[in-house]
Design a binder for this molecule. Sequence first.
Ligand code: ADP
Ligand code: AMP
Length: 216
Amino acid sequence: MTNVILLGPPGAGKGTQAKRLVVERGMTQLSTGDMLREARISGSEMGLKVAAVMDAGGLVTDEIVIGLIREKLQHGGSAGYIFDGFPRTLAQADALGDLLSQMGQKLDAVVAMEVDDGVLVRRIVGRYTCGNCSAVYHDETHPTAKPGVCDSCGSTNLVRRADDNEESLRHRLMEYYKKTSPLIGYYYAKGDLKRVDALAKVEEVAAAVSSVLDRG
Ligand code: ADP
Ligand code: AMP
């Protein structure tokens, strides 16, 4: 059982790497961003509440996202969890530590995905995803093999996120530096932090993440 956090700014490649780990290792991806987007699509009260904050690039309350993660962990039965986009605040990090220890589990690694801020705009502005299976693509670095058709599931429902624009990204980056980047020091001090060069090609980043997981 391996539990890992992928930590990095928006566009670092967390979702891309998480999806590979799901396929290669049978782990479970827990993306609070995906869960919140699903809540919006379902039109639930919570989904409606978070919509404006998400579109502007702000952080949803700790209470909501911790609740989402708690619910998923309660189901159990995974070969290990990949926390993608969670935790994003110190309160969330503390809550995750408590939840895992209540389950008799621990974090095996926190992978800090290091990028230059300059590449993030290009990664975010070029990103599109499959609305059916949530595969992640990029206009320049990773387009679908056949234009308009998802490589993974064949769906033609390829979508761009409402918050993937430069203005929202700027706000998301500010939130990252103010509230999330302190987690790098937090996990370093706990002895869990491993750094990976996330500017490299997807396959190279995947190899680096894998070697972190294999070394334990
Ligand atoms: P995050 O989940 O951290 O926000 P994503 O995994 O969605 O980031 O990646 C953001 C965009 O950058 C996507 O369009 C993805 O295809 C692309 N991307 C991810 N990793 C790399 C990489 N190593 N090199 C180039 N482009 C990448
Ligand atoms: P992501 O898909 O990780 O880029 O997240 C998209 C948006 O969802 C963020 O900009 C936030 O508005 C919200 N969000 C996702 N995860 C969290 C979290 N752990 N804490 C607070 N807000 C979150």
